[in-house]
Design a protein around this ligand. Structure first.
Ligand code: MN
Length: 736
């Protein structure tokens, strides 16, 4: 017997709402009668779990009812009309919305064109539904959460697909809505199925570190409580908090394999009555524990785009142990866990509509940022002119599912851009005309290249010229879909003829890589396949599209020359293991000599704290070692030197490339982005062509497929014509 929802669970609803919810509970039970889940349990357990979680999130009664009925129309005899008759139009629209979303298919890359297109279509549906009524998405998220909890009953293929889709679509969506608790839960549930090996490893790592940290955290909590009391600050709660596994994993796999970040495993969270107290507590903490510079974050003055507010700091606590501390009010805490759901979300959306229509009262009630991103989502899905599904998918991933940064105009206006956005994106975010007339940019008062990614809190000033003069190269520089579409729109106005010519030049400049001189050298059949893939009637249409920038050169090459590796691969988390060379280094000063302390003999993956001795370099202790001198000014942030593990092959790669400023720097950047270790690099002038350089790279290559990708990119980006590769000390192979 499965217990029904009880009236007592519905405390905050009024009596008529309670009755409707209880009625819906019985209605759903009858509708699903006799059906079973894959687990063998009665089907009703699923909608009930969904509704129970929605109640916890603090949603309105209609949404709870929608949760109870979300599968009735799809899986039973019940119709939308029946739902409307019994529970009203709003509930019917919610159920209909969830039903229409169906399954949002996740497809890894363009393995098969059709499936990819259908997944884009589904994401488009998701966004459209969301822009109409956010409550549909909340039901969908609660639905996904429970499906993940019962994922063990599905076939392995389905497990993997659903898990990946949850990590790539649903968790970022929950995050963007500010639902921190749900996001963390979805991620941890999916992590185990998406990356089983990594999951086991991180779990083990966390467990072994946590058990050691427990007592320490208890003591530290007491110390902090005493400090606050002494300063007459009332604390509502102080508790030790464990970072969730997937976020630990992400930290570990983030660029440069920052293994030292594992000190973040435990954090202390202090909740105090009001904002003033928050800042006071921060002062008290910094007065008593030395903060790690660059790790102090004021999300109260500048909230994250999803509304998250809190103060964060990371300090050297007693014994030099590094601990993160978060300080916030109860209200901030509630919002951080449940996001906008903590308010009545539909009300917010109605307000946002009024706001757009210019209602001033609405303006004071809703934060501009929340409205803007709701609008952004709606706009992206509805007005999108993008006809290539791959491109659409890429745009969506970049705009919605990436971390955001804040930058300021010289007047102090705040702009919210995706991470990696450049001054050009900023220019277009201000106004299309400013974007098109951009000549240069000043970042924090200094002239900056237009393609250098902006950092959080940069102050950006755009230098404009009198007339619009965009450059096709800009399409490779901008990161936001809106800037890209504005640039494309401008080029679209240029004449067809000149576009065809430009398109031909662009394409032919690359063909040499594949041994063709002219477009006409490409076998007709091969060209036809590409044209069909894009739905272009003839070559000129393709060239025009290329010339006007409505299709990217790499996209065309990928279709035309199928051996070009897809770019998407690099968006995924790099597969790394947590191996170190066993050497220790000071973060930011890797050349300082480090010596392991003889008292605690640190070993990977211990968290490290360096102590600057008088005259003999840095002694590195295990974080928490009792022998660390209590001289905060002499403590340094240290880490294990990190390596890509697994067997690597030593390979010598030789080629000639067009010489230009920054060539070597760009090549090493490309190699490092492929997770290959550069053992040696040498360059000399080419004997035959003064404008070219001969380059020789010695690499440790973990994956020969990546090597192939590297070679293709060298050819495309650096004018490299042929590459010779040689396995060092083994048999030689040739890529040509
Ligand atoms: Mn369901």
């Amino acid at each position: 017997m499965v217990s029904r929802i009880q009236s007592e669970d519905l405390g905050r609803f009024d009596s008529s709402e309670k009755k409707r919810i209880l009625d819906a509970d019985i209605f759903a039970e009858e509708a699903h009668f006799g059906q079973k889940r894959k687990s063998g349990k009665p089907y009703i357990t699923h909608p009930r779990a969904v509704a129970t979680y929605l109640i916890e999130m603090g949603v309105d009664a209609d949404t709870v009812i929608g949760g109870l009925l979300h599968d009735t129309v799809e899986d039973t005899q019940v119709t939308v009309e029946q739902v409307e008759e019994k529970f009203g139009g709003d509930v019917a629209r919610l159920v209909d919305g969830v039903t229409k979303l169906g399954q949002v298919d996740y497809v890894e890359s363009d393995v098969s064109k059709d499936r990819h297109a259908s997944s884009v279509e589904n994401i488009r549906k998701l966004l459209l539904a969301m822009s109409k009524d956010m409550r549909v998405i909340m039901i969908k998220l609660a639905d996904r959460r429970h499906n993940l909890k019962t994922l063990n009953y599905l076939a392995p293929d389905d497990q993997k697909r659903i898990a990946m889709e949850s990590l790539e679509v649903f968790a970022p969506l929950a995050d963007r809505l500010g639902m921190g608790a749900l996001k963390a839960e979805i991620e941890d549930l999916a992590f185990e199925y998406a990356y089983p090996e990594e999951y086991k490893m991180v779990k083990k790592l966390v467990a072994s570190n946590l058990s050691a940290a427990q007592d320490y955290i208890e003591d530290l909590k007491k110390d902090i409580a005493t400090l606050l009391k002494k300063n007459e600050i009332e604390s509502i709660s102080i508790h030790g908090r464990q970072k969730h596994l997937y976020s630990v994993y992400k930290k570990l796999t983030k660029a440069e394999g920052d293994i030292n970040k594992i000190f973040d495993l435990m954090a202390i969270r202090i909740i105090v009555p009001n904002i003033q107290d928050c800042y006071q507590v921060l002062g008290i903490i910094h007065h008593n524990y030395k903060p790690l510079i660059y790790r102090i974050k004021d999300y109260i003055a500048i909230p994250k785009p999803n509304g998250y507010r809190s103060l964060h700091t990371t300090v050297f606590a007693s014994n030099g142990r590094i601990i993160e501390i978060q300080i916030r009010t109860p209200e901030m805490h509630k919002e951080a866990e449940h996001g906008m759901a903590a308010h009545s979300i539909y009300e917010l959306q109605k307000l946002s509509k009024k706001y757009r229509e210019g209602d001033t009262r609405a303006k004071s009630n809703v934060s501009k940022q929340k409205i803007e991103w709701i609008q952004e989502l709606a706009g992206l899905s509805a007005n999108s002119q993008v006809n290539s599904s791959t491109e659409m998918m890429d745009n969506l991933k970049i705009d919605l599912f990436k971390d955001r940064i804040f930058v300021f105009s010289p007047k102090g206006d705040l702009y919210d851009l995706p991470e990696g956005a450049t001054p050009l994106d900023f220019a277009f975010a201000i106004h299309t005309q400013i974007g098109l007339r951009t000549q240069g940019a000043r970042v924090n008062g200094r002239i900056s290249p237009l393609d250098r990614p902006l950092e959080n809190r940069d102050m950006v000033e755009i230098i404009t010229r009198k007339q619009p003069q965009p450059n096709r190269q800009w399409l490779n520089v901008v990161k936001t879909a809106s800037a890209r579409s504005k640039i494309k729109a401008w080029f679209r106005q240029a004449s067809r003829e000149s576009n065809v010519t430009t398109g031909r030049q662009l394409l032919e400049a690359q063909l040499i890589t594949w041994g063709y001189k002219k477009l006409e050298d490409i076998p007709t059949k091969q060209m036809r396949v590409a044209l069909d893939a894009f739905n272009y009637k003839d070559v000129d249409t393709l060239l025009q599209a290329l010339g006007e920038g409505s299709v990217a050169l790499t996209t065309v090459l990928r279709r035309l020359m199928p051996s070009l590796p897809t770019e998407q691969k690099k968006d995924r988390l790099p597969k790394t293991t947590l191996e170190t060379t066993g050497k220790m280094q000071v973060i930011g000063a890797p050349d300082l000599p480090c010596m392991p302390a003889t008292c605690c003999k640190p070993e990977p993956p211990d968290v490290l704290v360096g102590y600057v001795t008088r005259g003999s370099g840095v002694t590195v202790h295990k974080s928490g070692c009792a022998n660390i001198p209590s001289e905060p000014d002499r403590l340094l942030d240290c880490q294990w030197q990190y390596v890509n593990s697994g067997p690597t092959t030593p390979i010598k790669v030789e080629f000639t490339a067009d010489d230009r400023m920054g060539l070597v720097h760009d090549i090493t950047g490309l190699v490092l982005s492929k997770q290959m270790n550069i053992v040696d690099i040498s360059t000399r002038n080419d004997a035959e062509d003064v404008n070219r350089k001969q380059i020789s790279l010695s690499l440790d290559v973990p994956d020969m497929f990546e090597l192939n990708g590297l070679i293709q990119q060298l050819k495309i980006r650096f004018g490299v014509k042929s590459v010779s590769t040689q396995v060092v000390k083994k048999t030689s192979i040739n890529a040509e």
